[in-house]
Design a protein around this ligand. Structure first.
Ligand code: HEC
Length: 85
């Protein structure tokens, strides 16, 4: 009898832990793919992953050094966007 009670308690503990695990995984969002990387791969990689020797396009690593604001400025202002696209 006492042994049964112990097993019952163990099963309840496991059930409790599984419930906690289920709730936690529901609350913590799954990691999303980095949207910036997806965008880069789709729109920029062709020219910036391995620019030709005679191209002025900065390499990916050089682009990484720039702030997001600097990238937006480069894409939206001046003559470079016209030369780039
Ligand atoms: C068709 C090829 C091509 C594509 C696609 C392209 N670029 Fe470029 N990019 C260039 C070239 C060429 C230059 C150099 C322009 C120059 O200096 O005349 C350049 C320059 C730049 C620069 C530097 C501008 C500066 O002020 O020095 C940035 C930042 C940049 N690109 C970001 C991007 C991003 C972000 C994307 C994707 C959204 C992208 N490029 C897509 C060819 C491309």
């Amino acid at each position: 009898m006492r042994r049964r009670a112990k097993i019952g308690l163990l099963i309840m503990r496991i059930a409790f832990l599984m419930t906690v695990a289920a709730i936690t995984s529901a609350l913590v969002p799954a990691p999303r793919q980095n949207e910036g990387e997806l965008l880069y791969d789709g729109a920029c990689a062709t020219c910036h992953d391995a620019p030709a020797a005679n191209s002025r396009a900065p390499q990916k690593d050089a682009l990484k050094q720039r702030s997001p604001e600097a990238i937006v400025d480069a894409l939206t202002g001046g003559a470079i966007p016209r030369r780039m696209m």
